[in-house]
Ligand binder design. Structure first.
Ligand code: GTX
Length: 240
C-alpha cells in the first residue's frame, strides 16, 4: 500500500497537509474522515489513530500523526523544493520558529473564532454571548498583529523571500475566521498582500479546492444529536 492520508478538509491541519502533498505532486490515497459525522470516533478509525484525530499519514506499516510532523516527513521523503523547508540553518530555524509558535496562538485563536462565530450555533442551537465573541476577536487581533510585526515584517513571506511551510500553515489557519465571515484582512494591507502572494504561490485553483468546505461552513447541516454529544466535550478541550 502506498501513502494514505486521513483528512477532513474542514480541519486546518488537514488542509495544510493536503495542499502540500498536492502542490508537490506527492501521490497519495485520500481517506476522508468526516468529523462532523463523527467518523473519527469509530472503532475502525481508532485502529488508525487511538487519539481519534486527523490528520494521519500511513506509509505502509508506518503511521504518523501531528500535522507538523507529517509535513516535515513529506518534505524530507519527497525532496520537495528547498524553499518549503530550507536547508540553510537560519532560514530553516525561521520556519521552525513559526511552526513552534502557532499551535497555542494563531491556530488556537482561529479555531476559537470559527467555533464562537459559527459552530456553536450549529452544535448548540445558540451563539456564544456577544461578550465572549468580542473577547475571542480581540485575542485574535492581538495574534494577527504578532503575525504581521514579528513574523511577516517587511518580507514577502513569513520566513523569507519564498513560500515555506510556515506560510502554508498560517494561511490555512487564517481561512478559519475568513470562512466564519470575519474581515481579518481589512485594515491590514501587508497581511492582505501576503495572502495574495501565498494564494498565487500555492495556485488559486488548489487553494480554492482545499478551502471549499470552510468557505461554505455556514451552510453545514446540524450534526446528529448523538455525534454532537460525543464531539462537544472534545471540541471544548481544543478551543479552551
Ligand atoms: N496538533 C494536531 C495536529 O496539528 O495535527 C491537532 C490535530 C487536531 O486537533 N485535529 C482535529 C480533530 O481531529 C481536527 S482540527 C479541529 C476540528 C474540529 C471540528 C470538529 C467537527 N479533532 C477531532 C476530535 O478531537 O474529536
Amino acid at each position: 500500500m502506498g501513502l494514505e492520508l486521513y483528512l477532513d478538509l474542514l480541519s486546518q491541519p488537514c488542509r495544510a497537509v493536503y495542499i502540500f502533498a498536492k502542490k508537490n505532486g506527492i501521490p497519495f490515497e485520500l481517506r476522508t474522515v468526516e468529523l462532523i459525522k463523527g467518523q473519527h470516533l469509530s472503532d475502525a478509525f481508532a485502529q488508525v489513530n487511538p487519539v481519534k484525530r486527523v490528520p494521519v499519514l500511513k506509509d505502509g506499516d508506518f503511521t504518523l500523526t501531528e500535522s507538523v510532523a507529517i509535513l516535515l516527513y513529506l518534505a524530507r521523503k519527497y525532496k520537495v523544493p528547498d524553499h518549503w523547508y530550507p536547508q540553510d540553518l537560519q532560514a530553516r530555524a525561521r520556519v521552525d520558529e513559526y511552526l513552534a509558535w502557532q499551535h497555542t496562538t494563531l491556530r488556537r485563536n482561529c479555531l476559537r473564532t470559527l467555533w464562537h462565530k459559527v459552530m456553536f450555533s450549529l452544535f448548540l442551537g445558540e451563539p456564544v454571548s456577544p461578550e465572549v465573541l468580542a473577547a475571542t476577536l480581540a485575542e485574535l487581533d492581538v495574534t494577527l498583529q504578532i503575525l504581521e510585526d514579528k513574523f511577516l515584517q517587511n518580507k514577502a513571506f513569513l520566513a523569507g523571500p519564498h513560500i515555506s511551510l510556515a506560510d502554508l500553515v498560517a494561511i490555512t489557519e487564517l481561512m478559519h475566521p475568513v470562512g466564519a465571515g470575519c474581515q481579518i484582512f481589512e485594515g491590514r494591507p501587508k497581511l492582505a498582500a501576503w495572502r495574495q502572494r501565498v494564494e498565487a504561490a500555492v495556485g488559486v485553483v488548489l487553494f480554492q479546492e482545499a478551502h471549499e468546505m470552510i468557505f461554505k461552513v455556514k451552510e453545514l447541516p446540524p450534526p446528529d444529536p448523538s455525534v454532537k454529544e460525543k464531539l462537544m466535550p472534545r471540541v471544548l478541550v481544543m478551543i479552551q
